[in-house]
Structure formats: structure tokens, C-alpha cells
Design a protein around this ligand. Structure first.
Ligand code: SAH
Ligand code: SF4
Length: 379
């Protein structure tokens, strides 16, 4: 996260402890479980990182804490609010790479798009994160740190700390199921009442289809699920989402249904379908998709492709997108089109820090900010 003096790297970073691990930590100090809850509140609800200010803990405990642990926060190197209210934070991670987190306000909700890895190993053909390859997993502190930073920033903007974040989607950089333990711990913090208190229905994990981990997820937690489909048949999906060769559609659909069945309540999966002109946006594709999706309780989210340099793909015209949508609706599906409001922002989901569709000189400032002391390539 932020640059840290070497002495403090030995210390436990409390920002990254799940509720259960925080309880273990305080137990290891001989403290009662309620101390863990107090600490979670100090960190995640009050944004306090100085033990001295934690006045409901004894002086002796505060001194002990300062000895063995720390609250190490992400370093924000860029923050911008666009005209339509979308906000973007770029944070520098240990090792010098940067990740970005985007907040998208809508009428009745505010969604934070959170990253799970730096880069991604899965190499989907249309995704700029995938094109950059895999760098490393994010730690729990780095994942929850994105929520912390947004919540703190709203507080500084005069708002209730976490109040504006009603939803979190794990749709930033990376495949969350390939950084399983850290992502699950971070999601537990998002949903904990002493932290951000988000409803399990409003925390969504998006996966390109790592089938065995979908089954594990269903055993461990009950967040909402989004599946990145992008193609209605194996031949095309093998090309667009290479992990399909390992876990083809039939297995993916079965795993999605198993996940939904394990949930304690009735919920639908979100099926993400990035549309690329002349690739997966024809009426035949819509027909195949309509048929295939009869097998899963779902809502379909169409995402017009966000172009990036040398991608080789084009965004379809609005007419083609509407035609595709209408076909699905006529076949009885619930369909939404991801808003293109602020292309720069949509780009953040599944795309990289280095790319900004921009009209002003914002991208210049932005790239500059990201490149500060950047020992490795920009992520
Ligand atoms: N790895 C996970 C989560 C991150 S990607 C997954 O694949 O589901 C989240 C979403 O970003 C994907 O569903 C994909 O639809 C979207 N995405 C990636 N590149 C895109 C692009 N160039 N245009 C539009 N959406 C894109
Ligand atoms: Fe990875 Fe998701 Fe991008 Fe595919 S779409 S390369 S799984 S981040």
C-alpha cells in the first residue's frame, strides 16, 4: 500500500483483518472479543488510524497495539470527480503499481467498482486488463482499502461516510475467484455491521467462470453473483474468454445454478454480455443467448464494448444494441444496458488505470499522477 518504513512492515496491518481474524488477533493479546468490534468500528466507520485517539481503549492497550500493529492506509495518488458525479481514485500499491476504484452514482444507489488483482491472467480477448497480463494478487487491506478510501473521501466531501456506497461490485481489475481468500475476507468486511454494513444482495462478485471456485464460494458466503458470459456458444466463447476451454458453458451454467440454489434467498444471477460489433451482436447470437439463458434465473446486462488502443474490436451502434436487447426481452428475459454515461468511467470496470477516454487535459494529469515514482509498468 503506501510506502512504509521497513520497520513497520513487520507489524500486522489491522486494515486487512477480517472480523474473525480481528477477533483472533485481540484474543492473542489476551483481550475480549468486543475489543475487535471496537477496532473494526474505529477503522472502518470512523476512519481512525491513530491508536492514541481510540479513547475507549485503555492507555496500556493502546501502547501495546502501537507496538505490534498498525493501520496502514492506501496511498491515493489521484482523485477526480467527473461532471456526471462519477468519481475515480487511483491508489498506489506496494511495489509501485497503481489500481483504480470507481464510484458510479445513480438515482437510487451508489456503486463502487473494486479491483481484486493487479492485471489478470485469464486473457479475455476484449479486456485491456487481460491484455496486460498478471502482476499480482491484492491483499485484503488493498481490496478493502478501496472501499475505505471512497467512504473516507465522501466523509471529507461532507457526506455520511459509507452512506453513499450502497453497492459494491468486484468488477475492477482481476478475476476475484483467483484471489479467493483475500476477496472473501474483504467481502466479509464490506458486509459486517461494525464496518460497512452492506447487504449481501448488494455485494456482487463477477467471474469469468472459474467453476470449482464458484462452488467453494457458495459454501462460504452468500453474495450476489455476476457471470461474464459474452458469448452464447462454446466455439465463440473459447475465443473471447479462454477459460471456457477448461470450463465450457454447460459446466458454467450448472455451477451458476448450484450457486443460486445454495443462497438462502431467491436471487438471480447477473449475466454480463459485452457486445462487440460483428463478433457477438447478431440476431442469431441473441436467439442463442435467449435460449441458453432459459436454463438460469438471471437478468442480462448488455455492455457495449469500451474501445481501447489496438483492441481490434468496435462498439456496436446503439441500434444494434437495442435490436439485440429487444430480441431478448421478447423472449421473456430481463435485460439492462450498461449506461454509456461517462465512457471514462465504464472503462474502469474491467479496464486499466492507464486508459482514460478523455476530452480535456485530465488524462495528462492522470497519467502523470500514475507515473510518479513508478518502478514497474503502469497497471
Ligand atoms: N474478471 C472478472 C471481473 C472483472 S472484469 C470478470 O471477468 O467477470 C468485469 C467486466 O468488465 C467483465 O464482465 C467485462 O464485461 C467487462 N469488460 C472488460 N473489458 C471490457 C471492455 N473493453 N468493454 C466493456 N466491458 C469490458
Ligand atoms: Fe480477467 Fe475479467 Fe478481464 Fe477476463 S474480463 S481478462 S477475467 S479481468
Amino acid at each position: 500500500m503506501s510506502d512504509t518504513p521497513s520497520a513497520s512492515t513487520e507489524k500486522v496491518n489491522l486494515l486487512g483483518l477480517s472480523p474473525a481474524k480481528m477477533a483472533d488477533f485481540f484474543a492473542s493479546l489476551g483481550e475480549k472479543p468486543f475489543r475487535a468490534q471496537q477496532m473494526l468500528k474505529w477503522i472502518h466507520q470512523y476512519g481512525e488510524s491513530d491508536f492514541n485517539n481510540m479513547t475507549n481503549m485503555s492507555k496500556a492497550l493502546r501502547a501495546k497495539l502501537a507496538d505490534v500493529c498498525e493501520i496502514r492506509l492506501p496511498e491515493v495518488i489521484y482523485h477526480d470527480i467527473s461532471n456526471d458525479g462519477t468519481q475515480k481514485w487511483v491508489m498506489r500499491m506496494d511495489g509501485g503499481s497503481a489500481i483504480e476504484t470507481v464510484y458510479i452514482p445513480e438515482k437510487e444507489r451508489g456503486t463502487l467498482c473494486v479491483s481484486s488483482q493487479i492485471g489478470c491472467a485469464l486473457d479475455c480477448s476484449f479486456c485491456s486488463t487481460g491484455k496486460q497480463g498478471f502482476n499480482r494478487d491484492l491483499s485484503v487491506a488493498e481490496i478493502i482499502g478501496q472501499v475505505y478510501v471512497a467512504a473516507m473521501s465522501f466523509h471529507q466531501q461532507g457526506e455520511k461516510r459509507a452512506g453513499r456506497i450502497t453497492n459494491v461490485v468486484m468488477m475492477g481489475m482481476g478475476e476475484p475467484l483467483l484471489n479467493y481468500d483475500n476477496v472473501v475476507d474483504a467481502m466479509r468486511l464490506m458486509m459486517d455491521d461494525f464496518c460497512y454494513g452492506l447487504s449481501k444482495r448488494r455485494v456482487t462478485l463477477s467471474t469469468s467462470g472459474v467453476v470449482p471456485m464458484m462452488d467453494k464460494l457458495g459454501d462460504d458466503i452468500d453474495v450476489s453473483l455476476a457471470v461474464s458470459l459474452h458469448a452464447p456458444n462454446d466455439e465463440l466463447r473459447n475465443e473471447l474468454v479462454p477459460i471456457n476451454k477448461k470450463y465450457p458453458l454447460e459446466q458454467l451454467i450448472a455451477a451458476t445454478n448450484r450457486y443460486l440454489q445454495k443462497l438462502p434467498d431467491k436471487r438471480k444471477a447477473t449475466i454480463e454480455y459485452t457486445m462487440m460489433e460483428g463478433v457477438n451482436d447478431s440476431l442469431e447470437h441473441a436467439e442463442q443467448l435467449a435460449e441458453l439463458m432459459k436454463q438460469v434465473p438471471c437478468k442480462i446486462n448488455l455492455i457495449p464494448f469500451n474501445p481501447f488502443p489496438n483492441s481490434g474490436y468496435k462498439r456496436p451502434s446503439n441500434n444494434r444494441v437495442y435490436r439485440f436487447r429487444d430480441h431478448l426481452i421478447n423472449a421473456g428475459h430481463v435485460v439492462t444496458i450498461r449506461s454509456t454515461r461517462g465512457d471514462d468511467i465504464d472503462a474502469a470496470c474491467g479496464q486499466l488505470v492507464g486508459r482514460v477516454a478523455d476530452r480535456t487535459r485530465r488524462s495528462e494529469r492522470y497519467i502523470k499522477a500514475v507515473q510518479l515514482d513508478q518502478p514497474t509498468r503502469i497497471q
